[in-house]
Write a protein that binds this ligand. Structure first.
Ligand code: 3PG
Ligand code: MG
Length: 398
């Protein structure tokens, strides 16, 4: 796999470099257009700065959200271009389309050392199409923009999308520093984790995490389960869960996992149960075995947080993916905060697996440097740990 350093060594002054970034940042729900966590934009800065300072014409592309293959103003990257410019300390030119007249003209007009951001890749059906020919046709258009392709979108390497997979096949291709670092860390954690190895999983659905749980069970000393997905496990343990999130069709699978794990899967013993999904809802700590029928669990309780923290305390390796509760709402943030703080204190190596958990670390004001590595990829890091081939990585290896 060739890397950005190889490309810089070859010299890029005056050359056009297409950088696939993952600028799929979260926005503040209450303030449209306001980015709530720019971690992913900051993570790609070293690559953009290196190329800009080496005199390349830098064409950056990303997806944002899941628009349906056509322009949708809700998912414009315009605010991200502004933020990227602030972070870079130099203007970022924004193209109002991805491969249309505006993008073509602006790519053509780029001067050495200028940075251009294309509009959302997913405004084009070719980006995510399952049809190789449709994706290929879009990739052909993207590839005409540049001499070289750099992939630094670790968060999207698990997607077989035109800008991730097919453009790499059409141009000399290089892995950006972020992709190199992420893959190196995840390889270390999955191949040679120092023991005890504790994994903390949260998030809403067991079905999303089933494959990773199955892959990790033989390797871990403890698997701590919180978040919305813990209720399906609690149900499998024979408890009623009231109005909490529940995947009925997964209950028997969870029961099998619990049996297989022989005590290594640790579930909450208490939860914060609320009358409704709202920061103002009445809420109380209840035993996990006694969730009232008219309540829903929105966080793990204090005894569980302590239980999880003590399991984490002795670990040499911790991988954490998924919040323990609805941390965006203050009354339900304590579980996520407590677990995150416990992870920062270990005498070992910790990895925060992307997406919501990485956002939680920053939103809750925790010290990012206290973690070993904060991944920019949620789904991508999970699929790596599942042992799946990541299309974006394999495309760079070819
Ligand atoms: C993410 O946020 O998980 C990545 O940016 C990939 O986005 P996606 O899940 O919509 O493909
Ligand atoms: Mg995702």
């Amino acid at each position: 796999m060739k890397t950005l350093d190889d490309l810089l060594g070859e010299g890029v002054s005056g050359r056009r470099v297409f950088v696939r970034a993952d600028l799929n940042v979260p926005f503040d729900k209450a303030n449209p257009g306001v980015i709530s966590d720019d971690g992913r934009a900051r993570a790609v800065l070293p690559t953009l700065i290196a190329l800009r300072d080496a005199g390349a014409k830098v064409i950056v592309a990303s997806h944002l959200g899941r628009p349906k293959g056509a322009p949708d103003p809700k998912f414009t990257l315009a605010p991200v271009a502004t933020r990227l410019g602030e972070l870079l300390g130099s203007d970022v030119i924004f193209a109002e389309d991805t491969v249309g007249a505006d993008a073509q003209a602006k790519v053509e007009a780029l001067a050495d050392g200028q940075v251009l951001l294309l509009e959302n890749l997913r405004f084009n059906e070719g980006e995510t199409s399952k049809d190789d020919a449709v994706r290929g046709a879009f990739a052909d258009e993207l590839a005409t923009f540049a001499d070289y392709y750099v992939d630094d979108a670790f968060g999207a390497v698990h997607r077989k999308h035109a800008s991730v997979y097919d453009v790499a096949a059409r141009l000399p291709h290089y892995a950006g520093g972020l992709v190199v670092k992420e893959v190196e860390v995840l390889r270390k954690v999955s191949e040679t984790p120092e023991k005890p190895y504790v994994v903390v999983l949260g998030g809403s659905k067991v079905s999303d995490k089933l494959a990773v749980i199955q892959a990790l069970l033989p390797k871990v000393d403890k698997l701590l389960v919180g978040g919305g997905m813990c209720f399906t496990f609690l149900k499998a343990q024979g408890f009623e869960v009231g109005k909490s999130l529940l995947e009925d069709e997964m209950v028997s699978v969870c029961a099998d996992l619990l049996e297989q794990a022989q005590g290594r899967i640790v579930l909450p013993v208490d939860v914060v149960a609320a009358t409704e999904f709202s920061a103002d809802a009445q809420h109380d700590v209840v035993e996990a075995s006694a969730i009232p029928a008219d309540r829903l669990g929105l966080d793990i309780g204090p005894k569980s947080t302590e239980l999880f923290a003590s399991a984490i305390a002795g670990a040499k390796t911790v991988f954490w993916n998924g919040p323990m509760g609805v941390f965006e709402l203050a009354p339900f943030a304590a579980g996520t905060r407590g677990v995150a703080e416990a992870i920062t204190k270990i005498d070992g190596f910790s990895v925060v697996g992307g997406g919501d958990s990485a956002a939680a670390v920053r939103t809750l004001g925790l010290d990012e440097t206290a973690f070993g590595h904060i991944s920019t990829g949620g789904g991508a890091s999970l699929e790596y740990l599942e042992g799946k081939t990541l299309p974006g990585v394999s495309a760079l290896e070819k």
